[in-house]
Design a protein around this ligand. Structure first.
Ligand SMILES: [Zn+2]
Length: 212
């Protein structure tokens, strides 16, 4: 699990989803959560630094966990299908968080992989239980939630799914901003969006997992 966290951090940096030490990644295995530590530059991170806590946040080993641990714990408690969480501060998703309360169903991959509508959570200070509650509420059954004036959280049944969701959300936020700038845009209607999402959850996603 620790090497998977390091690989995920590498992916996040290479894909320009975060700058410096901001952002955090966790993986749940059984009752244990493996999470990036607080305040260590990602390029200095080693396996031994990865923080291990139990599902209630009690520290077991490694360095002090990320200050966003409460949000990770509340998501794992609310969503039994989630085993990995990626929190980043990408430019386009964060920009969207400043101007709207959701991204409507615009493109098929986002609707399928993330959910019919990507919500922006209410603002709360970082590291607080209030932020954790706001994030869980806005996430619902989706795989992405944008944090108002802050950044992005994506989730997955494994780390690969959560990382893919981050890229898809950031790409969708970029498209949304271009469309808003140019003028009127068309949306996928709600019924079709729900159908696409269900099709992905019940068939495409299963096939993808089988070939992994
Ligand atoms: Zn953050």
């Amino acid at each position: 699990m620790k090497s998977k966290i390091l690989e995920a951090v590498d992916f996040v940096i290479k894909n320009n989803l975060v700058k410096g030490t901001w952002g955090n990644v966790s993986i749940k295995e059984g009752d244990l959560i493996y999470i990036t530590p607080s305040g260590i530059p990602y390029d200095k991170l080693t396996k031994d630094d990865i923080s291990v806590v139990d599902i209630n946040g009690t520290h077991i080993s490694g360095l002090k966990p990320s200050s966003e641990l409460p949000t990770h714990i509340e998501i794992y408690k609310a969503r039994k299908d989630v085993n990995a969480i990626v929190h980043t501060h990408p430019v386009f998703s964060t920009t969207v968080s400043l101007i709207t309360s959701f991204i409507p169903p615009l493109v098929e991959d986002a609707v399928m992989i993330l959910g019919p509508r990507i919500n922006v959570s209410e603002y709360a200070l970082p590291g607080t239980v209030k932020l954790a509650q706001n994030v869980v509420n806005a996430l619902g059954e989706n795989h992405a939630v944008i944090l108002k004036n802050h950044g992005l959280i994506t989730v997955g049944s494994d780390i690969r799914e959560a990382l893919t969701a981050s890229l898809v959300c950031e790409k969708t936020a970029e498209i949304f901003l271009y469309a808003l700038n140019i003028g009127n845009f068309s949306e996928i209607n709600e019924g079709d969006a729900v159908m696409l999402r269900n099709k992905y959850l019940n068939s495409y996603r299963q096939i993808e997992k089988d070939v992994r």
